[in-house]
Design a protein around this ligand. Sequence first.
Ligand SMILES: Nc1ncnc2c1ncn2[C@@H]1O[C@H](COP(=O)(O)OP(=O)(O)O)[C@@H](O)[C@H]1O
Ligand SMILES: CC(C)(COP(=O)(O)O)[C@@H](O)C(=O)NCCC(=O)O
Ligand SMILES: [K+]
Length: 246
Amino acid sequence: MKLLVDIGNSRVKWGLSEAGRWSFGGAFPTDVPYLAAECERQMAALRRPEAVLMSNVGGVLAGEIFADWCAKHWAVPVRSVRSEASALGVVSAYPDPAQLGVDRWLGLIGARRMGQGACCIVSAGTAMTVDLLDAEGRHRGGAIAPGLAMMRSALGGLEALGGPVETFDGFFCNRTGAALSSGIVHSAVGLVRESLRQAATLLGTEPELLLTGGDAETLRPHIEASCRLVPHLVIEGLHAVAEQSP
Ligand SMILES: Nc1ncnc2c1ncn2[C@@H]1O[C@H](COP(=O)(O)OP(=O)(O)O)[C@@H](O)[C@H]1O
Ligand SMILES: CC(C)(COP(=O)(O)O)[C@@H](O)C(=O)NCCC(=O)O
Ligand SMILES: [K+]
């Protein structure tokens, strides 16, 4: 069994890979002071993994704390997966491949493994990332924007907008809380819509939309394009890498 861990800027998500399949294990906040305790709580009872693969974009310290916990608990080394120029049928668009977030890199690998055709990957996490993968597995680049919670906290700093966010029942709202929610959600939805429009122009055909990340479920009802919800695309990518490595 191999342990797969995705450390993002908000949450750590993990799963177990074995005999060609993987299963989701759990998630906890990427709060450095509590990270080791959360590992203890959620992973201590697992049998010793033969390997640990980590995707870390949540900061060097979070990665070190996790690796130290694995070393102490199982004496097993953690492989910190790195973005590459090409691997598993995917070719990175970045001239400096290491600059591409490894979560985005693994999302591309997961998407390639899961689908056949071109796809537009939208990850709604701490940040919102968009990546375009063509039918030949070439990464065509992407975009980065604030995630929903980041947009909310940015606005929350304004005195008049510090109140609670409410649900909205139409685009145009008549209450501050609902107006905030509508503006934030539709900013994200607008990025998705524009990404698909630009992708169709670039590729000559509209790609499949893959929606992932912790806020995917929030966004999905507001996206009119058909989309495939893949809750943990980064772990799909880690599973693909784990299967390829001995
Ligand atoms: N159980 C949960 N706990 C915390 N945040 C959650 C949870 N479920 C969904 N979310 C949403 O997921 C977002 C984080 O998504 P995620 O993909 O885990 O981010 P990242 O990969 O950047 O850490 C949070 O901003 C929050 O809105
Ligand atoms: C943009 C990100 C911070 C997203 O991280 P997340 O929201 O998943 O925590 C991550 O993909 C990253 O660190 N990217 C490096 C810059 C780039 O991809 O161009
Ligand atoms: K992420």
